[in-house]
Design a protein around this ligand. Structure first.
Ligand code: RFL
Ligand code: PHB
Length: 388
């Protein structure tokens, strides 16, 4: 088997890259180790930045998002029940869109199939070879058959637990990371969202986030212990904490809980994001804590850069964009890392915090919800910096 770009992983990064390359007339093969059903139903991110929603429309996968996505021109911060809205429209004339990651994935899979594929699910034993030659290879098994895929380039879009990052030779990667001493318990509930916009709630009982998937479906998150099991959170405990941590800012209606999960909070970056002809994109190269809602958006930003670099290589024989890929991505990655870390550290309770820290957090929150300059700076980061 032979293709121009071998793409490992059918998450937002891999699938969006495949579509961009298709539009540029560059061939690719996408391989995914899970089933189609699994990747289309994995509940994760929900917030799409301003430029990313435009990009999805530009590449022809924005139609359902335009119909079903919930557009927000602002967001709320509650400080122990005292609610403040940051008005993105007035400050920047920009918006964010709430549309489930699994819906984006469904739209991209449908598009890929309509484009004629190939998109292979449930592949096994994936490994990469000859990365420093101009004919790198991916070996894997599919439907019981051993396959060697010869490529010009390989895109490692296989997420944090994938195989491409560990395939870098020893000594190449610098790792930068920080773990946080808490996690997020996330639920999906048949409950109307408590406000039209999201509410980030700072509370003495711990952080909570009130977001949504539709006018009748709430997506709700509670700060919980680092290694907590969902069994420690029966429904009654969840609702009690969700009411308490909203601090009376809004009323929350209880409803059936459809899904529960705990997510660890981590900041993680590897440098460089490339080795020979292997390029990492998305979660395979970096993880942000979800407080800033940047993970999927960064994955999209990486593949915009990669598709441009590959376009330059094939159409104009340019190698500078390919060589500069990692550097170009890391600028945005570190900006998003800083923002996500900052949002995380002003909103959460920390086990080693002092009364000084709590007062400092509140002071930060008061500033970003009252000063126009501070609100504008936060809004600019939150809706996402333009890709150029
Ligand atoms: P993915 O989505 O993990 O996709 C990687 C794909 O690679 C496959 N794979 C392999 N395939 C072949 N061979 C192998 N050896 C393979 N190993 C793995 C996997 O099965 C998978 O299909 O990475 P990608 O494409 O880089 O996308 C990144 C995003 O998924 C991630 O950053 C976001 O979900 C993070 N995130 C959020 N991001 C946002 O932009 N906005 C948000 O509001 C937001 N909220 C969140 C989040 C993540 C969360 N969790 C659960 C981690 C909220 C939560 C709770
Ligand atoms: C979500 O809707 O799942 C979501 C929104 C904003 C975040 C994190 C998650 O910061």
């Amino acid at each position: 088997m032979r293709t121009q770009v071998g793409i490992i992983g059918a998450g937002p990064a891999g699938l969006a890259l495949a579509r961009m390359l298709h539009l540029q007339g560059i061939s690719s093969v996408v391989i995914e180790n899970r089933s189609r059903d699994y990747i289309e139903n994995r509940i994760r991110a929900g917030l799409i930045e301003h430029w990313a929603a435009d990009m999805l429309t530009d590449i022809g996968v924005g139609e359902r998002m335009k119909r079903e996505g919930l557009v927000h021109w602002g967001t709320n911060f509650a400080i122990n029940g005292d609610i403040h809205r940051i008005d993105f429209k007035a400050l920047l004339n920009k918006r964010i869109t709430i549309y489930g990651q699994q819906e984006v994935v469904k739209d991209l899979v449908e598009r890929r199939i309509a484009d004629g594929g190939p998109l292979l699910f449930e592949v096994d034993g994936v490994s990469v070879h000859d990365l420093t030659t101009d004919r790198p290879k991916i070996q894997f098994a599919h439907e019981g058959q051993a396959i060697e895929l010869e490529c010009d380039f390989i895109a490692g879009c296989d997420g944090y637990h994938g195989i491409t990052r560990p395939s870098f030779p020893d000594g190449i990667l610098n790792v930068y990371e920080r773990d946080y001493p808490f996690g997020w318990l996330g639920i999906l509930a048949e409950s109307p969202p408590p406000d039209h916009d999201l509410i980030y709630s700072y509370n003495d009982d711990g952080f909570a986030l009130y977001t949504m998937r539709s006018p009748t479906l709430a997506r709700l998150y509670l700060q919980c212990d680092h290694d907590e099991h969902v069994d420690a959170w029966p429904d009654a405990r969840i609702w009690e904490n969700l009411h308490k941590r909203l601090g009376g800012a809004r009323k929350l209606q209880e409803g059936k809980i459809l899904q529960k999960g705990v997510t660890a909070m981590r900041s993680f970056v590897v440098e460089p994001m490339q080795y020979g002809r292997l390029f990492l994109a998305g979660d395979s190269a970096h993880i942000v804590p979800p407080t800033g809602a940047k993970g999927m958006n960064l994955a999209f930003a990486d593949v915009v850069m990669l598709s441009r670099a590959l376009d330059g290589f094939y159409k104009k024989q340019r190698t500078d964009l390919i060589e500069g890929y990692s550097k170009a991505c890391l600028k945005r990655v570190w900006n998003a890392q800083r923002f996500s870390w900052w949002m995380t550290q002003i909103m959460h309770r920390f086990p080693d915090e002092t009364p000084f820290d709590r007062r400092r957090q509140i002071s930060d929150l008061r500033y970003i919800t009252s000063s126009e300059a501070a609100m504008k700076s936060l809004a600019e980061q939150y809706v996402g910096l333009p890709i150029d």
